[in-house]
Ligand binder design. Structure first.
Ligand SMILES: CCCCCCCCCCCCC/C=C/[C@@H](O)[C@H](COP(=O)(O)O)NC(=O)CCCCC
Ligand SMILES: Nc1ncnc2c1ncn2[C@@H]1O[C@H](COP(=O)(O)OP(=O)(O)O)[C@@H](O)[C@H]1O
Ligand SMILES: [Ca+2]
Length: 571
C-alpha cells in the first residue's frame, strides 16, 4: 500500500468513534468506510501489586481494513475470559465486550480467522459498535449472503462433511452467511440439481466441498444451465458460450485439489472459506471438449492422454485406497511405459500472451490474463481455419496458423492453469494462466524410462520439466487430437471447417483391433473418446478466489501497525 493510499483511507468520514478498552489500555477506536482504526492510545493500564496504574505512552496506531473483517459480534462470556487472557479487570471496568473477527495471512498463502476483543462501558455502546460494523460489511456488495453448498461425503479421505461442519460452517455463521447444504447421494447429484432444479436467483454463489471431480460437477451444472437458459447449443465446438453469473467456491477435501491449490496457493479449507466470505472473484478459463461435433465435457485443469489418462483409468478401480490410489497407479503406469501414436493439431495463442517457458507466473490481478480478456480470446464460430500437415508445416488463415504434429507420445497434456497441487507445487505447466483464454499443450514424445522419470521428478522440484529434448510445449487456443487408428483429423474433416482440402489425410485409417488407444483424463474423469476437439473459453466462470498472491508485502498484512506515525484521524 502506498502512503498516499493510506492517507485517503484515513481521511474517510468517521462513522463511529469511542474510547474503548483494548488489551491493557484505553484507546480511541474509530471506524470509517474503509478501516477500523485503533488510533490514539489514551492510557495504558498495567497491573502492579493487584492495583492499576495509568502509564501514558506514545502514539500507537493500528488499523484493520473493513474489507478484511469477517464480522462483529457480542463476545460470549467464556470467550472473554479464554481469548482475552482472563483479564478480569476488563470485566469489572468495561464489562460489555464485543469481538471483531478478521482475516490474517500466515505462511504459504494460508489465511486464518483472528479475533480482537474490545470492551465497552455500557450495553448500548457495544450494540452500536456491533451493528455499525456489521452494517458496513453488509454494504460490501461483492460479499455473498446466501450460498448453496454441495458436500461430496466420499471425496479424498471422506472427511468432507467433517471439514465443512467443523472448520467452515462456523466461519460462514460469523460472517452472517446463510447456507443451503446438500450432502450428495450419488455421482452427478450436484450437477443435475444445478442443471434443472435450483432457482439460481435465490443464491449468491455455489460452494463445493470435495475434490476436482466435485468442482467439475458444479461447473458442468452451472455452465450447462447458463447455456440452456440462454438457448446456446453446447454441441457446436466453436460456439461462444455465455459466462456464468454465479461464482463458485471450493472447500478442498479431495485427492488432488489442484483447482483450489492453483487458485489460492494452498489447499486449506479455512483459507478457502475466508476467500468466499471476502467475496473474492477470480475469472477462469474453461475448455470445451467435443467429439465429432458432439459435446463431451468441460475441463478447467488437466486434459491428459497417455500417462495421466492411464493413471486415472487404473486408479478408478482403486478408489477404496483414497488419494494414495494415484501414487500406486502412477508407479504402475510408469513401469508399463506405454506410448501412443497420434496427431495433434493446434492453433497457437497470440504472442502478447507470452509462452509456457517465459517464467511469468499467473498471480493476483495478472496482466497476461487481462490481455487475454482484451484479445477476445474466446473464438467465435464463424472463423475459417486451415490446417497444414507435418511437423512444422504451417498455414495462415484469418484466425492464425494451425500447426500439426504427428508422433509417438508418452503423454499429451493440456494445462489450462498451472495445475499446481501438493504433489507438484509448481504444477504441470508452472507459467500457465488462469484466465488468459489459452491452455498449455505439453507433448512428451517417446523416450527412455529413465528420461521420462527425470521429466516426472522435475514436476516435484524447481527444475524445468520442459528443458528436455523429447518434451515440447505450446500455448494454444484450440487443439485437436486423433489417435493413429482413427481418421478424425482427415481430409474430409478439415474440408468441413476450412472449406478447402489443404491437408492430406494425417492419420491413415487402420484395420485395428482397437488396442493402442489411451483415455483422456479430463479433470479426473475418463473420457470415452480418444479423438477430441478442444476450445478454450476465456473467463467463462468465476471463483471465490483471487489467484495466488505475490510475496508478503506491506499491503498483505491486515492488522497493521504504524508506530510513531504523526498521522491523525480526521472526520
Ligand atoms: C516420481 C514422481 C512423479 C510425480 C509426478 C507428479 C506430477 C503431478 C502432476 C499432477 C497434476 C494434477 C492435475 C490435476 C488433476 C485432477 O483433476 C485429477 C482429479 O483429481 P481429484 O478429483 O481430486 O481426484 N487428478 C489426477 O488425475 C491425479 C494425477 C496424479 C498423477 C500422479
Ligand atoms: N455421494 C456421492 N457418491 C458417489 N460419488 C460421488 C458422490 N458425490 C460426488 N461423487 C463423484 O465422486 C467423484 C470424485 O469426487 P471428488 O470430490 O473429486 O473426490 P476425489 O478428489 O477423491 O476424487 C466425482 O466424479 C463425483 O462426481
Ligand atoms: Ca488459461
Amino acid at each position: 500500500m502506498l502512503i498516499s493510499e493510506f492517507f485517503i483511507m484515513v481521511n474517510q468520514p468517521t462513522l463511529l468513534s469511542s474510547q474503548l478498552f483494548y488489551e491493557n489500555r484505553v484507546v480511541e477506536v474509530t471506524l470509517n468506510r474503509v478501516m477500523l482504526g485503533l488510533w490514539k492510545e489514551i492510557e495504558t493500564r498495567r497491573k502492579r501489586s493487584a492495583s492499576f496504574n495509568c502509564i501514558s505512552k506514545d502514539a500507537d496506531h493500528h488499523f484493520l481494513l473493513v474489507s478484511e473483517i469477517v464480522g462483529a459480534r457480542e463476545t460470549e462470556e467464556e470467550d472473554q475470559t479464554n481469548k482475552d487472557g482472563g483479564r478480569k479487570h476488563n470485566v469489572l471496568l468495561y464489562p460489555y465486550a464485543f469481538t471483531v473477527s478478521y482475516t490474517e495471512r500466515t505462511k504459504h498463502h494460508c489465511w486464518r480467522c483472528k479475533d480482537i476483543i474490545f470492551h465497552c462501558l455500557d450495553k448500548a455502546q457495544r450494540q452500536q459498535w456491533v451493528q455499525t460494523i456489521n452494517n458496513q460489511l453488509s454494504l460490501l456488495s461483492i460479499r455473498p449472503k446466501r450460498l448453496l453448498v454441495y458436500i461430496n461425503p466420499y471425496s479424498g479421505k471422506q472427511r468432507g462433511k467433517w471439514i465443512y461442519e467443523q472448520r467452515v460452517a462456523p466461519l460462514f455463521s460469523r460472517a452472517s452467511i446463510s447456507t443451503d447444504v446438500i450432502v450428495t447421494e450419488s455421482a452427478n447429484h450436484a450437477r443435475d440439481h444445478l442443471k434443472t432444479e435450483v432457482d439460481l436467483k435465490q443464491c449468491d454463489g455455489v460452494v463445493c466441498v470435495g475434490g476436482d471431480g466435485m468442482f467439475s460437477e458444479v461447473v458442468h451444472g452451472l455452465v450447462s444451465r447458463t447455456q440452456s437458459d440462454s438457448r446456446v447449443d453446447q454441441n457446436q465446438p466453436n460456439q461462444d458460450l455465455v459466462p456464468c453469473a454465479l461464482r463458485i467456491g471450493i472447500i478442498p477435501a479431495g485427492s488432488t485439489d489442484c483447482i483450489c491449490y492453483s487458485t489460492t496457493g494452498t489447499n486449506d479449507p479455512v483459507t478457502s472459506a475466508l476467500h468466499i466470505i471476502m467475496g473474492d472473484s477470480q475469472p477462469m478459463d474453461v475448455c470445451s471438449v467435443h467429439h465429432n461435433n458432439t459435446f463431451l465435457r468441460y475441463s478447467v485443469s488437466l486434459l491428459g492422454y497417455g500417462f495421466y489418462g492411464d493413471v486415472l483409468t487404473d486408479s478408478e478401480r482403486k478408489r477404496w485406497m483414497g488419494p494414495s490410489r494415484y501414487d500406486f497407479s502412477g508407479l504402475k503406469t510408469f513401469l508399463t511405459h506405454q506410448y501412443y501414436e497420434g496427431t495433434v493439431a493446434f492453433l497457437p495463442a497470440k504472442d502478447n500472451l507470452g509462452n509456457p517457458r517465459d517464467k511469468i507466473k499467473c498471480r493476483t490481478r495478472c496482466h497476461i490474463c487481462e490481455q487475454g480478456a482484451n484479445n477476445g480470446q474466446l473464438l467465435s464460430g464463424d472463423h475459417v481455419y486451415k490446417m497444414a500437415e507435418e511437423n512444422s508445416d504451417e498455414e495462415t488463415s484469418g484466425d492464425g496458423v494451425w500447426r500439426v504434429i504427428r508422433g509417438k507420445f508418452l503423454a499429451i497434456n493440456a494445462a489450462c492453469m498451472s495445475c499446481a497441487c501438493p504433489r507438484s507445487p509448481r504444477g504441470l505447466s508452472p507459467y500457465a494462466h488462469l484466465a488468459d483464454g489459452t491452455t498449455d499443450l505439453i507433448l512428451v514424445r517417446k523416450a527412455s524410462r529413465l528420461d521420462f522419470l527425470r521429466h516426472l521428478i522435475r514436476h516435484t522440484n524447481k527444475d524445468d520439466q520442459f528443458d528436455m529434448s523429447f518434451v515440447e510445449v505450446h500455448r494454444v487456443r484450440r487443439f485437436r487430437f486423433a489417435p493413429k487408428h482413427s481418421n478424425v483429423i482427415s481430409e474430409v474433416d478439415l474440408s468441413e471447417t476450412s472449406g478447402k482440402k489443404i491437408c492430406n489425410q494425417v492419420c491413415t485409417a487402420h484395420p485395428n483391433n482397437d488396442t493402442g488407444h489411451s483415455n483422456w483424463n479430463c479433470d479426473g474423469e475418463i473420457l470415452p473418446h480418444a479423438d477430441i476437439q478442444v476450445s478454450v473459453h476465456c473467463q467463462l466462470i468465476r471463483l471465490f478466489a483471487r489467484g495466488v498472491e505475490r510475496g508478503t508485502t506491506f499491503d498483505t498484512y491486515t492488522w497493521s501497525v504504524i508506530e510513531g506515525s504523526n498521522l491523525s484521524w480526521q472526520a
